[in-house]
Ligand binder design. Sequence first.
Ligand SMILES: [Zn+2]
Length: 371
Amino acid sequence: MRSSWRIGRILGIAIRIDSSWIVIFLLFSYVLAGSYYPRSLPGASLSLHWLLGIATSVLLFASVLVHELAHSIVAIHNGEKVKNITLFLLGGVAQISEEPKEPFKEFRMAIVGPLASFVLAVVFFAVSVVIRGASAAGAAVAAYLAVINLSLGVFNMLPGFPMDGGRVLRSIVWKLTGDLRKATRVASVSGQAFAFLLIVFGVLRILRGDFGGLWFILIGWFLHNAAVRGYEQVVVKSMLEGLRAEDLMTTDFVSVAPDLRVQSLVDDYILKKRERVFLVMSGPELGGIVCLEDVKATPRDRWPSATVAEIMTPREKLESVPSSADGSAILNRLTTKDIHQIPVIDGGRIAGVICRNDVLKALQLRSELGV
Ligand SMILES: [Zn+2]
């Protein structure tokens, strides 16, 4: 369910469709063609029901896109970069490069999405009223889209992070307290509470024999995770604020030969010198880096036979950063690329090494000291 396809570009933003969208597209067309249109247009043929079902799904897709484009346009106006918009199972996501830097910017960016959905609801409602006499089929399509856009707007305005309404709530608390972290906590707890209510509602529906309740449980679970994760990200980010690569790196690293056995790396280097990171040098050349994490990932019975060169991260796979690189950007790279260490290189020379543990240790120290 990870793959997505690029279908075009609007205002310089790549528009992508996640593979899960195909599932929801087919499901929507099927439900519309099999249930909604036979009820609202009983005289029409089966093929017309399907045609209208597919057309409505396409227009629903366009409506979600308008909602996300509204967020993106304000984000670009705020000076952010929008990488792409991906439409997936539960709606759409605009990939915006940074979190907003001011409460008012976040407020505007968040509220404009639901506003776009409400405007679409009004427009589709007006269309359905105007063309009712001329085309019953067109009016039925417009009426359905009015209802679905209204629900999209209302659902997104639920005041829980990371929903748009949660972001609106966060920006208001942020403005009142001046504290982004506190504001995110309030919006995240509220998001978790709404997620919990959705799950309870879903369970109650299932107990009454309606398995549509499963959807509410799924969405509630998804929202709960997103609310918790959103808060953690902000906390980590604010704790790493102002830290640069040079504050996080180890500078007194020791070098070892590539043919050294892992067992002697453990006995003679890690335990004796109490170091965690070693540069693997073949002569004057950097061959790679070996960290305590690499040793831990190697089964103990392989330690006597395996060499350092076999378990190290080779130079060509190492990502490097300059000593001025930002702390949260480094953690982002360590986690999203799933790597254990990044060498810090200034002007072609190694200045230090940052292990994932160094970043975590820095976070732990800062939280213990309350700074
Ligand atoms: Zn939105």
